[in-house]
Unconditional design. Structure first.
Length: 118
């Protein structure tokens, strides 16, 4: 029920914006997050936002460079990525859970590849 898009090839220092469209009904209690998995590495958390928009949280590695947002009218979340570095290269996944207290993300997007060249 999540469709991620927006990945591509970009030079270091460049920008990309990822989108995550939700086909399921969403509520203000929901939390959307972005994760990424680089080749040969485990999946790691990148950022999350409450669907109400009142709370965001970022991994230290992307803080100040990435911005997570959502458009409730479009039922879509976004990840604006600026000042990209080669180490940001990964498959990026969006995920959705029903509340901040939910122990796991029930819906996952298919992933979109981001490649940052040096």
């Amino acid at each position: 029920q999540l469709q991620a898009s927006g990945g591509g090839l970009v030079q270091a220092g460049g920008s990309l914006r990822l989108s995550c469209a939700a086909s399921e009904q969403t509520f203000t209690s929901y939390v959307m997050a972005w994760f990424r998995q680089a080749p040969g590495k485990e999946r790691e958390f990148v950022a999350r936002i409450t669907w109400s928009g009142d709370s965001t949280y970022y991994a230290d590695s992307v803080k100040g460079r990435f911005t997570i947002s959502r458009d409730r009218s479009k039922n879509t979340g976004y990840l604006q990525m600026n000042s990209l570095k080669p180490e940001d290269t990964a498959v990026y996944y969006c995920a959705l859970k029903s509340s901040v207290w939910a122990t796991s993300f029930g819906s996952w997007g298919q992933g979109t590849l981001v490649t940052v060249s040096s």
